[in-house]
Design a protein around this ligand. Structure first.
Ligand code: SAM
Length: 285
């Protein structure tokens, strides 16, 4: 571990000194719920270990609690994308101490492709701003080139949807897409009081490891999205009704027969494999 980061002032002091709190307060709009407990940020960073030999992208470093923990694990480079200029000034000392390892990028992570920042294997680690967390995840899932893992904090409710199994109330579009492309696990939950300010809900860290997928498998993604979009937007309806908007009547009959799916079944009871079958069929007609 690189002990040099232990010389830094406590995060609360950094926040006070930078005026993050006093000038404007935390920004709700930017989903600012900060972690000041380094034991917790180290736990998140360790979920993504090893970092040695990898480049890391962090979204929303804030005052840098998770960034410190990432740097302690000695990655090659860390690119931290932050939208709030006030946070960026709070990161100056950490940037200097990292001696070139940490680069801060001021901007909107929704507009920056990880692969444009770094060539070669990279890991994404973030305590995500909740308002754009799902959107960012879906963007990354659409191009997992060079991404070795993603370790991301979401609202617990979103984490449950990502990792849900068929037949449960949380199972939906996000479960199918995430689990088709990655092995996912909900690693641990955190209560509201460990964040400053405390959100209303629990949070969870989810670890994603992309599956090796060939071009043909990736070409299925738009079909999977189309089918799950139709199926889960009317999740209480039977598939013979909910899939009418994406298959003609003849093809719907065919697909139910070929894959032995009951037309009266509901979307939440179809396995990921069955959704893939439907997508394969749709891509072939
Ligand atoms: N990583 C810090 C921590 O764990 O204490 C802060 C996490 S806080 C939940 C989310 C951070 O993302 C905030 O610093 C916020 O300013 C930043 N942020 C919000 N929207 C963003 C965006 N679109 N692009 C980049 N950063 C963003």
């Amino acid at each position: 571990m690189g002990n040099k980061y232990e010389k830094l002032p406590p995060l609360r002091q950094i926040v006070e000194d930078s005026g993050l709190l006093s000038r404007y307060g935390f920004s709700k709009k930017l989903g600012q719920n900060f972690l000041f407990d380094l034991d917790i940020t180290r736990r998140i960073a360790k979920t993504a270990a090893p970092l040695n030999g990898y480049n890391v992208i962090e979204v929303g470093p804030g005052p840098g609690g998770l960034t410190r923990a990432i740097l302690e694990l000695e990655p090659n480079k860390v690119f931290a994308i932050e939208k709030d200029p006030q946070c960026i000034s709070a990161l100056t000392e950490l940037t200097v101490l990292s001696e070139g390892t940490l680069s801060i990028i001021e901007g909107d992570a929704q507009k920056i492709k990880p692969q444009e920042l770094i060539n070669g294997p990279l890991k994404i680690i973030a305590n995500l701003p909740y308002n754009v967390g799902t959107k960012l995840l879906i963007g990354w899932l659409h191009d997992l080139t060079n991404i070795s893992s993603l370790t991301l904090m979401f609202q617990k409710e979103v984490a449950l949807r990502i990792t849900a199994s068929p037949g449960t109330k949380d199972y939906g579009r996000l479960s199918v897409l995430s689990q088709y492309l990655c092995n996912v696990s909900r690693v641990f939950d955190l209560p509201p009081h460990v964040f400053k300010p405390a959100p209303k809900v629990f949070s969870s860290v989810v670890h994603f490891v992309p599956k090796t997928r060939g071009k043909h498998d990736l070409d299925l993604v738009p079909f999977i999205e189309k089918i799950t979009g139709a199926a889960f937007s009317q999740r209480r309806k039977m598939l013979r009704t909910s899939l009418k908007s994406v298959f003609s009547e003849i093809n719907l009959d065919k697909v139910f027969k070929i894959f032995n799916i009951s037309p009266t079944e509901r979307a939440e009871n179809l396995s990921i494999e069955q959704f893939i079958n439907l997508a394969q069929f749709m891509s072939s007609i």
